[in-house]
Design a protein around this ligand. Structure first.
Ligand code: ATP
Length: 138
């Protein structure tokens, strides 16, 4: 498998599960969070773990965020931080930005500011479960 680089911003349950799976698969993963405790917990399951506020452009620049193949914005509750982070990443020239949305409106705004792929975890998972229940092998 080709080795790619990923940065995951926001290491809650959603972010850490993406980050650790990618790391287990042999990919280069930088975990980013504003919360030091989250970074301490993440250290063993990512390649690098960095404490920073992703709404600060200079902080993002300092970790070379532009050079990652994919950046995943897994901040949910703080919509303002999530939207501003996506905007900064796209302005800085990050190729592929994936972002988690809390609801439909949040998702629409993320798309407007340039997110390449918006994930609605609960909705997408619900659809997946229904699909599986409807499959003949279930
Ligand atoms: P989950 O639902 O994935 O468990 P959560 O409930 O912990 O997440 P969220 O608000 O979705 O909470 O935040 C996810 C992570 O994003 C948290 O660990 C939080 O510290 C981090 N975070 C929030 N704002 C920023 C920011 N500006 N820069 C970096 N990380 C941030």
């Amino acid at each position: 498998m080709e080795k790619l680089s990923y940065a995951v911003i926001g290491l809650g349950r959603f972010g850490i599960s993406i980050a650790s799976k990618l790391f287990e698969a042999g990919q280069e993963v930088m975990g980013i969070d504003i919360n030091e405790e989250r970074i301490e917990d993440a250290k063993l399951v990512v390649t690098h773990a960095v404490v920073l506020d992703s709404t600060e452009e200079e902080s993002l620049k300092s970790v070379g965020i532009r050079n990652f193949d994919y950046v995943i914005v897994a901040i949910g509750n703080d919509m303002q931080a999530s939207i501003l982070t996506v905007l900064l990443l796209k302005e800085m020239g990050v190729q592929k930005v994936i972002a988690k949305a809390l609801n439909k409106r949040h998702g629409q705004v993320l798309t407007k500011v340039g997110a390449d792929w918006v994930i609605h975890p609960e909705r997408d998972m619900g659809e997946r479960v229904a699909h599986q229940l409807l499959s003949p092998t279930c």
